[in-house]
Design a protein around this ligand. Sequence first.
Ligand code: AMP
Length: 394
Amino acid sequence: MKILSISTRSDELEFYLFEMDNSTIVTKGTFSRISLEDSYYTISFNSEKITEHIIVKNYDDVVNILLDKLNVLNIISSSFDIKGIGFRVVHGGSKYTESVFINDKVIQDVNDLSEFAPLYNDSISMAMRSFKKILPDTPMVAVFDTAFNQTIAEENYLYPVPLDWYEKYGIRKYGFYGTSHKYVTQKVSELLDRDNFKLISCHLGNGGSVSAIENMKVVDTSMGFTPLSGIMMGTRSGDIDPSIIPYIMKKEGLNVGEVLDELNNNSGVYGLSQYSGDMREILEECDKGNVKTIMAKNKFVRSVADYIGKYYVLLGGVDVIVFTAGIGENSVQIRREICEKLACFGVKIDLDLNNNCGEIVKISTNKSKVQVYVIPTEEELMVALDTEKLIKNR
Ligand code: AMP
């Protein structure tokens, strides 16, 4: 059974075609600069990557070019070979607590939430419309990044601001990267062969999110109303005092949008190091003794450890800590430095095991009071799995 998994950001669309029978990627690729000059797509198939510069005016073009290419490469013999399409939706508001089949109402709801997730919700709703128009008989499913966080209790999702703001405008914590945390939670359940455990899942990539999970349900998560809050990230600030915003607007003569742009794109590891938001580059520079990159790296480690400490208290202890995403899966040094700060909780990692990257591995010692795992995340597969599940249960 072949399932297509789609995600978008602004003018870029990423696709993965999975063979669900063995959970393998048949092909994957991206469409870039959709509706702009110099648009192009890439497709990887049989260990070859093809790039073609072609006019992609809109999402109808994306669908038509993609189907044509899949046919030409003999990946599918007709569009009927694609048994379902899953769309990763960044924001589902309070309404969507689980994945749903897509209809016109769902597409409209997703589009209406664009204000909460600009760049993401508007582009994915456009993609949904085009796929639905061109493939009307193919089952399509929306998988929400916020859905897994819908088990968070009021006490944890409300901000201590006037309650009217929540009641009138939906201002509350939504949390993001739910698809990744859900995947990790299911893997931990398989590894431990049980559903009752306390887990702190650390998704550390360019964006980052730490979640506290108990008995398969999210109790709290670090991102909030938008993906700007929580831990320090590659270019995003994470939590800061909101009074900084009007102060810096006045001092630098910026408007709100410009300050938000600074907080989203010129802050975090990049902003502090004044060098890069890419952790690999930061670590290389740290080795050369660059004090600003060392300070930024240290603050990143501190910020993650602080959230783990907070969630240790919230959960009343923890059975498993997981590291995932680009930094979590691949940086031996960052994992070691974070775990060193958790020694007070009885966390002990085996430095040899910690050298393993890119696969599921337990890096804690037998003496450790908390089991620590590296689990590569598979968000695109998770979207496809949810799609398959809904189709099979229909
Ligand atoms: P992601 O957003 O999940 O793709 O993660 C991207 C981040 O992972 C970037 O900051 C990369 O520099 C970082 N990353 C990937 N591989 C490594 C590595 N081997 N060591 C340190 N950071 C890494």
